[in-house]
Design a protein around this ligand. Structure first.
Ligand code: GLN
Length: 193
């Protein structure tokens, strides 16, 4: 069994815990930075990236999160979590963790489409994946080591940068745990290296 942390500062935390457990693995909600030492991989959930960033600073998580990046611990950012991981956020000077070689745009699916579902083909994961988008970002540009895993209407909505996975949508909100399982497989590959 691998131990997957879910950053528990804000957002859709419990749903990720349930998805990890449904895949037969151990989940821990990360409430203090020292818990980051115990995990094999980390999920950064959806929610509000600016709020999460404020809490990351308030509870002094930044150095430890960046250190996890140096250790090449697998990380999976969903929606706001993807924004936290991105190397650049279009239209903003500041980035957050800056660990994933992608440029993201926030709230990129327009006002009328605050939330919607779409059937996606995700490379190496599923031919049909019911993806829930909520005020979702998308990936504008990817670096050379980044593999594009899914697009919606021509926009990149899931990608992998070596040990880092990111998606625009909320895979934890449905019963299809195939993307969570894909991340768990990344964690297992890393342990067995
Ligand atoms: N719009 C949010 C942000 O910019 C992300 C929304 C989400 O995580 N569902 O952080």
């Amino acid at each position: 069994m691998v131990k997957i942390g879910v950053l528990g500062l804000q957002g859709a935390v419990r749903e990720h815990v349930q998805a990890i457990e449904a895949c037969g693995e151990e989940a821990i909600i990360i409430k203090s930075k020292d818990q980051l030492d115990e995990i094999d991989g980390l999920i950064l959930p959806g929610g509000e990236s600016t709020t999460m960033r404020r809490l990351i600073d308030q509870y002094d998580f930044m150095d430890k999160l960046k250190h996890l990046g140096e250790l090449e611990k697998p990380m999976f950012g969903t929606c706001a979590g993807l924004i936290l991981l991105a190397k650049k956020i279009n239209g903003y000077d500041e980035t957050h963790l800056g660990l994933m070689d992608v440029v993201v745009e926030r709230n990129s699916f327009g006002r009328q489409k605050e939330s919607f579902e779409a059937d996606l083909a995700i490379l190496g994961v599923a031919d049909h994946f019911n993806a829930v988008f909520i005020r979702a970002p998308h990936i504008l540009e990817v670096g050379e080591n980044v593999e594009i895993l899914a697009k919606h209407n021509g926009r990149i909505v899931a990608a992998r940068d070596r040990h880092i996975l990111g998606c625009s949508f909320h895979p934890e909100l449905t019963d299809d745990h195939s993307l969570t399982q894909y991340f768990i497989n990344m964690v297992k590959e890393k342990i067995n290296k």
